[in-house]
Ligand binder design. Structure first.
Ligand SMILES: Cc1cc2nc3c(=O)[nH]c(=O)nc-3n(C[C@H](O)[C@H](O)[C@H](O)COP(=O)(O)OP(=O)(O)OC[C@H]3O[C@@H](n4cnc5c(N)ncnc54)[C@H](O)[C@@H]3O)c2cc1C
Length: 549
């Protein structure tokens, strides 16, 4: 076809180059420092290798996997049920890369000090490339500790779930080189309140832990239905119990696990979230009968950690785009990043991002297998506190980052719309905001050792900044008053999170970042939008730290 003739209309000028071929690890000082502090210096070469890789071709995989979304095929051409989900090859490339790097299993394969923090760093970088595929990756990681409640079931599944070979074939797990785990709790009539579940499990012989059951019912959300095994909640006569339900029965026939349809979601579009029905599906009980929630909570806690990592990563990905864009785009005679007001916006976003990163790495460290009891108590409360707060901050931070790109940020090709659509999700699943805050109250009321451990960690920052000390004292005071505590739960949790982030930043953050955090988030010298840091904050240093020139 001939090109249009006539004079050129314009030259393309002043557009930022695409953010490609950059190193996600080398450009992120807060992440590298967090890795060292968490006792995971040994994982530096792996993080460096993945960080360099992810800045290249995987960025395109992330785009493709979200443009060419999964398709459900319920039946074959002859009318037989097949319940298969078809994905674009880019999805499989993402999955293969994450599995090969152990994002689904590193701490179970290598249970050493810092293993969860090492995995957190890898997961954090991968999420910046594509968040949707990390749903099955996260559930596989989280499923292992819950399965361990039933050692014989774990002995069968753990070697498959921790394999670093991605095998997407819909085949009996015993024939595959690796397997993935999903979770199905939520039903139409109740998600947070799983006690409202109506799915029933009937023993096929002797009842009890490890025994075989037939499960009948439905699940309203079952992300990643192409997984090989699912942890499912269902009622027996003795109450809600946990089961491991594979896609295939032991006799080599397909299990009665039927995918009704895929959800048409706001974001997370690469991931095939589904509605499923079980028509007498074969499963084995995991853990004690009637103790399904305490059993599956092991899984939920680890996925909550991943929500923190995922939300910190969503903020970082959007911030990287904003910093890159404003370094290249000029307006009114100078680059955007040189304008004082833009510096305030960017620096404020950098502070939020570093506060999320530092909290995420500290939390992941507390998940180490051999962590002392105090660390476990800290993780109990801190997981809920940090999950609530970092997930809440993500949408606001992503929107502000998007705005830094002006109109380009609103256009799909920039990648920011995908980050925006993804941003509310971590706040919803694995315990929506209110439910998480009520869980914090539960921990405070029933597990006082978790409160002691939490404040022990916070108090490590005492004496370094009077604004932090005053803030922590006021949070402690707030906890002595239990009047109307349920209505005050969000307020309490938010303040607990800020106290922890402040303590971590005054000890480990850059002094300029810690100063800005204490002035604004703790001493209240801040507006209600980003970009309202007070005078005297060292914007340039904060920006340079977050995105080295
Ligand atoms: C993309 C996606 C994928 C998902 N994948 C899975 C999956 O794989 N497996 C699975 O089991 N589930 C999955 N879920 C479901 C998710 O975990 C639930 O949506 C979530 O737990 C909330 O439950 P619900 O939707 O029933 O909302 P509800 O429980 O009805 O809650 C609605 C609102 O009420 C609030 N609320 C609830 N109780 C209280 C209370 N006591 N006091 C004050 N406020 C309250 C909640 O915080 C929330 O804001 C997925 C969800 C999404 C969006």
């Amino acid at each position: 076809m001939s090109q249009p003739t006539g004079p050129e209309t314009h030259e393309v000028l002043n557009q930022a180059p695409p953010l490609v071929d950059y190193d996600l690890f080398a450009t992120d000082r807060a992440l590298g420092e967090g890795l060292e502090r968490a006792g995971a210096a040994w994982a530096r070469p792996r993080a460096a290798e993945l960080g360099a890789l992810l800045g290249g071709e995987p960025q395109e995989w992330g785009r493709l996997a979200n443009v060419y979304t999964p398709v459900l095929r319920t039946h074959d051409r002859h009318g037989h049920r097949i319940d298969e989900v078809e994905f674009h090859p880019a999805w499989h490339d993402l999955m293969r890369t994450s599995v090969a790097h152990g994002l689904h299993a590193l701490p179970w394969r290598e249970p050493r000090a810092g293993a969860h923090a090492a995995r957190a760093a890898l997961f954090f970088m991968m999420t910046q490339v594509e968040a949707g595929h990390l749903c099955p990756i996260s559930m596989t990681y989280s499923g292992v500790p819950a399965l361990r409640a039933q050692p014989d079931v774990a002995a069968e599944w753990e070697p498959r779930l921790t394999s670093t070979r991605y095998d997407p074939r819909l085949r009996p797990a015993a024939e595959k080189t690796g397997a993935l785990c999903g979770m199905a709790m939520t039903e139409k009539q109740g998600g947070s309140d799983v006690r409202a579940n109506t799915t029933r499990a009937v023993a096929l012989g002797t009842p009890g832990p490890g025994r075989e059951y037939a499960i009948t019912g439905h699940k309203w959300f079952c992300s990643a239905p192409m997984c090989d095994v699912f942890l499912v909640l269902a009622h027996t006569e003795r109450g809600l119990s946990c089961f491991a339900m594979p896609r295939w029965r032991p006799d080599g026939t397909r299990n009665a696990f039927h995918i009704q349809r895929l959800k048409d979601k706001l974001g997370n579009r690469s991931n095939a979230s589904s509605e499923v029905e079980f028509r007498g599906a074969w499963a084995r009980m995991v853990g004690d009968e009637g103790r399904g929630v305490p059993t599956i909570i092991e899984m939920v806690n680890h996925t909550r950690l991943d929500c923190v990592i995922g939300s910190a990563a969503g903020m970082r990905a959007a911030l990287a785009q904003a910093l890159h864009h404003t370094r290249h785009r000029s307006a009114f005679g100078k680059r955007l990043v040189e304008h004082a007001l833009m510096q305030n916006v960017l620096a404020d976003l950098c502070v939020e991002s570093e506060a999320a990163t530092v909290a995420m790495m500290r939390l992941a460290q507390a998940y180490d297998d051999d962590a002392p009891a105090e660390e476990r108590a800290f993780a109990r409360l801190a997981t809920a506190v940090v999950k609530y707060w970092v997930c809440k901050r993500q949408p606001a931070a992503v929107v502000e980052s998007l705005e830094c790109l002006g109109g380009n940020g609103y256009v799909e090709e920039s990648g920011l719309p995908r980050l925006f659509r993804e941003s509310p999700l971590n706040g919803i699943w694995e315990g929506s905001g209110n439910v998480i805050c009520l869980d914090v109250l539960r921990a405070i009321g029933r597990e006082p050792e978790s409160v002691d451990a939490f404040f022990h960690e916070v108090d490590r920052g005492r004496g370094r900044d009077t604004r932090l000390d005053r803030f922590v004292d006021s949070v402690r005071d707030e906890l002595t008053d239990f009047g109307d505590v349920e209505a005050r739960a969000r307020r309490i949790v938010e303040r607990l999170a800020l106290a922890l982030q402040g303590s971590l930043l005054v000890r480990h953050g850059h002094p300029a970042v810690a100063d800005a955090f204490c002035a604004t988030r703790l001493a209240g010298d801040h507006g209600r939008a980003f970009g309202t840091l007070p005078r005297g904050i060292d914007y340039r240093t904060i920006i340079e730290r977050a995105w080295p020139a």
